[in-house]
Design a protein around this ligand. Sequence first.
Ligand SMILES: Nc1ncnc2c1ncn2[C@@H]1O[C@H](COP(=O)(O)OP(=O)(O)OP(=O)(O)O)[C@@H](O)[C@H]1O
Ligand SMILES: [Mg+2]
Length: 285
Amino acid sequence: MEIIFKNVSADFKIGPIRSPFVLHSVNMIINSGAFTAVVGHTGAGKSSLLKAMNGLLIPTEGKVIVGNMIIDAKKNKKDLKAIRQKVGMIFQFPESQLFAETVEKDICFGPINFGVPIKQAKEITRRVIKMVGLDSEILTKSPFSLSGGQKRRVAIAGVLAMEPDVLILDEPGAGLDPQGKKEILTLLKKWNQDRGLTTVLVTHDMNDVALYAEDVIIMEKGRVVVQDETRKVFSNNELLNQYSLDVPDARRLQQKIEDVSGLKFPHVCLSVEELADALIEADVL
Ligand SMILES: Nc1ncnc2c1ncn2[C@@H]1O[C@H](COP(=O)(O)OP(=O)(O)OP(=O)(O)O)[C@@H](O)[C@H]1O
Ligand SMILES: [Mg+2]
C-alpha cells in the first residue's frame, strides 16, 4: 500500500498554544512494499510523521493518502478506524501497552474489537505468535511474566493480528540487547520481502538504516528535507555534513582505510560483508 503526503502541515494544539515545527508542507511518496527509514535529530518530527500516517495526527493542511483512504482535516473519527487497521503502528516501548491476563487475550483484543469472531481471532493469534518467533505455549502466560524481548514480540504480534498492509515503527529496537534488536529487525525485513508489507522505521541507528532500509527520509524542523536511496545518502558526504548525520560503522572504517592507504573504493560499503568483499577485490588483504 502506497503512502502519499500532499502538502501536509500539522501541529499540536495545547489550549491556545500551537506547537511549532511539527510537520511543515510535507510532500512525499512511499512506494508500496518499500522499506524506508526515517532519521533526523530529536524533535525533528519523525514520530509526528508516523502518527500522520495512521490518523493519530490529523493534518491542519493538505492530505495523507494511504491506499485508497484519505486523511485530512475533514476526516471524521469513524473513517480513521479502517486506516488504523491497515496501518499498524508500533510505538517506542510497545510492551507498555500490554494489558490482558494472557498473551492470547492481549493479541486477540484488536481483531475482536474489529468484529472478528473469537474462534478466528484465536487462529490469527496462533499464526502471528509464530511469525514473531515465539512458541504457542506462551499464549497462556501472563504478558507481564515475559522477558523484555518476548514482550516486544508479543506487542508486535498484536499489531500483526490486525493484518495491516503498512507497518510503521518508532525505534522498535530501543532498549533491547543487540541480538534481540537484530532478530526483530531481521523479522521486519523478512515480512517486507516475503509479504510486501510496506515498512517505515524511525531509528537513530545508522547501522540499522544501512542494513535494512532501501530508502531514507531525513527530517529537519518538521520538514522532509531529503528522500533518497540509502546508498546514495551515505555516499553524499556534503549532505551528511549538512544534516550532521552519522555514517554506518562499515562506511566509517572504509573511509579510514581510504585516508590511511590512499586507496579509493569504487563504491560505498554499507555492511561489514560488503567492506570485506571490497577489500578482497582491491587485493589489499
Ligand atoms: N503531544 C505533543 N504535544 C505538543 N507538542 C508535541 C507533542 N508531540 C511532539 N510535539 C512537538 O512536535 C515536534 C516534533 O516532535 P516529534 O516527537 O515528532 O519528534 P521526533 O523527531 O520523533 O523526536 P525524537 O527523536 O526525540 O523522538 C517537537 O517540537 C515536539 O516538541
Ligand atoms: Mg520520536
